[in-house]
Design a protein around this ligand. Structure first.
Ligand SMILES: Nc1ncnc2c1ncn2[C@@H]1O[C@H](COP(=O)(O)OP(=O)(O)OP(=O)(O)O)[C@@H](O)[C@H]1O
Length: 323
């Protein structure tokens, strides 16, 4: 059974005079210990997807429809009490600016203990302290960090603290939303290595939200490519990144130096995201696609399964035009 199953998930933001469909009938699932990267450029709906799964979008701002099964139970239907029990233990999240949530006037250790005790009041202070120091060591921080204030740590160290906090209750599913994006490449690489090591020890499944394909290439087993609230392509990283089928995925890869080899081959994708507040008949990428055909503007492509776990929604591949 998949650890997370998302079915027909739709998220609509209500603004004063518009309704913005930021996630549009999204379906995907994650099996245990499948690290999955959700990629796409800014505004493609990645964070909205994560927030909806985590039930962090207030009703007055957004309408969430569909089903999100966490270990077989519909997470969207849980009572607030059940939800509180599952947060941190079954599902935890680290945001890009997670470190900003730390109080500047309390030491790291005391904040960790307070957070730990919200969910577990059984252990003594000393036992908790030992566990917190173990956790800090697991994210490669020395024990002395326990007695330091946030201002005494670098951004990378603080983000490691946030990751340690997220792992405190051994969550089954860990969502990282651009959690390493603001860090320099070396620190980012080290933290990713740490996280992968921790996953093995903790038996955690990771969902990683990023606009950076190279992060997915180096740390994930599977990838989901999002654009304009739709999933356009998904599958194993080794298939999708080596043999991308969707013109959008190809465009994303061509805009990365590490995937094209030579600097002068780097290309952007001309154009910008469509207006998500007006209803669309066809493919969401049609206006920017260099292979656009009449049918692309008329009909939403349905998802086609290719060999392996590779799936694609594009009129160029599979379906009527490819017969
Ligand atoms: N609170 C909000 N009210 C209205 N529209 C919103 C709100 N938050 C996000 N959106 C819109 O929803 C769409 C998806 O945004 P989202 O932040 O989920 O994308 P993203 O892929 O995570 O991008 P980024 O990496 O820049 O955060 C965008 O069009 C954005 O403008």
């Amino acid at each position: 059974m998949p650890i997370l199953q998302v079915k027909n998930l739709n998220v609509t933001y209500q603004t004063k005079n518009k309704q913005i469909t930021a996630v549009n009938k999204v379906n995907f699932s994650i099996n245990e210990q499948d690290s999955i990267g959700i990629v796409g450029e800014s505004g493609s709906g990645k964070s909205t997807l994560a927030m909806a799964i985590l039930r962090l979008l207030p009703n007055r701002i957004a309408t969430v429809e569909g089903e999100v099964y966490l270990n077989g139970k519909d997470f969207l239907k849980l009572s607030d009490e059940e939800l509180t029990k599952k947060r941190w233990k079954e599902i935890a999240v680290v945001f890009q600016k997670a470190m900003n949530a730390l109080s500047p006037v309390h030491k790291i250790g005391s904040q960790m203990v307070d957070i730990f005790q919200i969910h577990d009041k059984q252990l003594s202070k000393k036992e908790i302290k030992n566990r917190m120091i173990d956790l800090l060591e697991m994210v490669n921080l020395p024990p002395r960090v326990y007695n330091l204030y946030p201002f005494e740590l670098s951004g990378g160290m603080l983000q490691r603290v946030s990751i340690a906090i997220s792992l405190m209750h051994n969550p089954k599913l860990l969502i990282l939303d651009e959690a390493t994006t603001a860090l320099d490449v070396v620190t980012q690489g080290q933290i990713l290595e740490n996280i992968m090591e921790l996953e093995k020890n903790f038996n955690t499944t990771r969902m990683m939200i990023t606009h950076d394909m190279s992060v997915v290439a180096s740390s994930c087993k599977k990838v989901v490519v999002m654009y304009g609230g739709h999933i356009l392509e998904s599958g194993l990283v080794k298939d999708v990144l080596k043999n991308p089928k969707h013109p959008y995925t190809k465009g994303l890869l061509e805009s990365l130096p590490s995937f094209t080899g030579e600097k002068n081959n780097i290309r952007g994708i001309p154009g910008s995201l469509p207006d998500l507040s007006s209803p669309m008949k066809g493919c969401v990428f049609a206006n920017r696609c260099e292979h656009v055909m009449d049918i692309c503007r008329e009909k939403l492509p349905s998802e086609v399964a290719l060999p392996g776990e590779h799936k694609i929604s594009c009129h160029l591949i599979g379906g009527e035009l490819d017969d």
